[in-house]
Design a protein. Sequence first.
Length: 135
Amino acid sequence: MKLADWSCTTEEEVMFYDTDCGGVVHNIAYLRMIERCRTKLAGLMGMDLPTMAQTKIFPVVVRTEIDYRLPAKLGDSLEIYGVVSELKRAKFWCDFTMTRKDLNTPLITCRQALALVQMPEGRPRRLPSEWLKYC
């Protein structure tokens, strides 16, 4: 397995609640859509929702970088591609690209750093050693 094997694509339809009064997607909606893709990525990494609930170890976003290139609009069908791009000892990075299905040009690109946190203590954890073999 290679690091790039931890990738997935999710689909979203822009709903009314995702948009402002002009029918353009607002920034918090983009982050919600990215979160859904990121949650699917976590599952591929062995951190599906039931496992997180049982172990109380959660991937927590510590940094988000997002570039808005073109607006998504009400009714658009979107694809969000996410990939784990980098692993370090205590954090990992995921990259996301959102496109409209009928347009191959990115609407947004996003990069997020995540750390593993043990709850309820809120204590950071090192990444699992089996992950680091993909570095």
